[in-house]
Design a protein around this ligand. Structure first.
Ligand code: PHE
Length: 469
């Protein structure tokens, strides 16, 4: 039995508070902004299917492992890994997993904040009635106008970063629990309203079939620059990466929240609940958006602006649209906010633990660095969007997103699985999970030892072309 440890940074008021905070971290732009647009870019149903499989056999077991490591270590991810490696008699190098996670969180937040800035900007546009009666073209040009203006993007990015760092500086517990408790259900209800609107468009069936009818050709073949169709594995890698991104896995966010989890709470059940809620939100967002896309003759693969070009059309035409629209973008901003907080929490707690600084000081510095890097993403939508500034056909934003969500998070998750499955003693896992040595534990242990690492490695090897089917 490990000694009873308390986190330096406090504890949740109970299991339910953890569920709320972790859901706050998981549900964010990833579900409402990113899921629909990458699904659109990668051909729909088959992509969704691969993503769902990744959630089930990779995401959920890793989430359980991450929460478990966090609760056992009760420190920032870096110190948790160092501590647990020592306890289990393993190499101190495991702490680099904590390092990599902090770097990933920092990189992700730098662009996450820019996109959250779009959501902020849209609160004011919807409230001002800008979208009343808007056409698809109109919504498209309002969006382009916003992203082509670096100053405006920078201003919204700045506001969002300040909002995030203020909460982080004050400590995660104050306010966050209460806010998530009321605002998450409200976001859920609004998504239902949007799905209701989508049901009344002419293309609801088409939207659903795009989302749920797997077409593997559409997933695995893409046109290259010359218009020739070529086989590609990248969409599968993207789906895998998104399973990590959407559940906030692979970088320590869920680990740090796990470190505030009270001793008795059941980790496995809680993780499954969080993953299910997160998935439901993403699917609802997809069900709201694609019918609007098809009903208005828009491009499913329109890219990162997809929800900003489609949802305003719904708000512009439904009764009470300005009200619902404003509320929706407020809630979206809020969802992004609770995710952003969890992205920096590992770095801030580490600075407090290892450098003896207070949370305010740590937040200011981490925030400032993230804000600076975010300027790269701001500019990648306008001044440096051209091909001459791209690498492998990707803009600065696309590259950062690819590097973090598609490479760093799955790799982080892989090492978390390897640590929990192969480095921790079986008894330590049993002791911390507190679910008894029954079927559920054995299933998890089997998944985390064999299935999860194998699946991640397989997807990666395929992507770099070492094995091809
Ligand atoms: N899960 C968040 C979302 O879907 C993003 C996130 C990724 C948050 C990684 C924390 C860590 O928006």
């Amino acid at each position: 039995m490990a000694e009873k440890r308390e986190s330096l940074h406090g504890q949740w008021s109970g299991r339910w508070a953890f569920v709320l905070a972790a859901t706050g971290s998981a549900v964010g732009l990833g579900n409402i902004w990113k899921f629909p647009y990458i699904t659109g870019e990668n051909g729909g149903g088959a992509f969704v299917l691969v993503y769902l499989i990744c959630i089930a056999i990779i995401g959920i077991p890793i989430m359980i492992a991450e929460v478990m490591l966090g609760r056992r270590g009760r420190r920032s991810p870096l110190n948790t890994m160092r501590q647990l490696a020592r306890e289990e008699g393993r190499s101190p190098h495991w702490q680099y997993l904590g390092w990599a996670g902090m770097v990933a969180g920092f990189l992700i937040l730098s662009y996450y904040s820019v996109i959250a800035g779009w959501a902020l900007a849209y609160i004011f546009r919807t409230a001002a009635g800008t979208f009343t009666g808007v056409t698809a073209d109109g919504a498209g040009s309002i969006f382009s106008e916003l992203v082509s203006d670096p100053e405006r993007l920078l201003a919204w990015h700045t506001i969002f970063m300040v909002m995030t760092m203020v909460v982080v500086a004050r400590g995660v517990r104050s306010g966050l629990e209460q806010a998530v408790r009321y605002l998450m259900p409200a976001l859920f209800v609004l998504l239902l309203v949007l799905v209701g609107y989508a049901m009344n468009t002419v293309a609801f069936d088409e939207g659903l079939s795009f989302l749920f009818n797997p077409d593997f050709h559409a997933l695995l073949y893409k046109e290259d620059a010359t218009g020739v169709e070529r086989w590609t594995w990248e969409p599968v890698l993207t789906a895998l990466g998104h399973a990590f991104f959407t559940l906030s896995l692979g970088m320590g966010a869920i680990m740090i929240y796990g470190s505030y989890l009270p001793e008795r709470a059941s980790i496995a059940k809680t993780s499954v609940v969080i993953a299910l809620m997160d998935t439901l939100v993403a699917l609802l967002a997809g069900m709201a958006i694609f019918p609007i896309v098809f009903a208005n003759g828009l491009e499913a693969g329109a890219g990162a602006g997809l929800i900003f070009q489609t949802l305003p059309i719904a708000f512009g035409h439904m009764p009470g649209g300005a009200f619902f629209g404003t509320l929706f973008f407020i809630l979206l901003t809020f969802a992004a906010w609770t995710s952003a907080i969890s992205l920096v929490e590992p770095a801030v707690t580490w600075m407090v633990e290892n450098h003896g600084v207070n949370r305010i000081y740590a937040s200011v510095w981490v925030g400032l660095a993230t804000w600076l890097l975010g300027i790269g993403t701001v500019l990648s939508f306008n001044l440096i969007s051209g091909e001459e500034y791209q690498l492998f056909g990707k803009t600065f934003f696309d590259l950062l997103d690819f590097l973090t969500a598609t490479i760093m998070l799955p790799l982080g998750g892989l090492f978390i699985a390897l640590f929990a499955g192969w480095q921790m003693r079986r008894e330590s896992n049993l002791d911390e999970l507190k679910m008894g040595d029954g079927v559920m534990f054995q299933l998890w242990f089997f998944l985390i030892r064999y299935v999860t690492p194998f699946a991640v490695v397989l997807v990666f090897l395929n992507a770099i072309g070492i094995i091809t089917f």
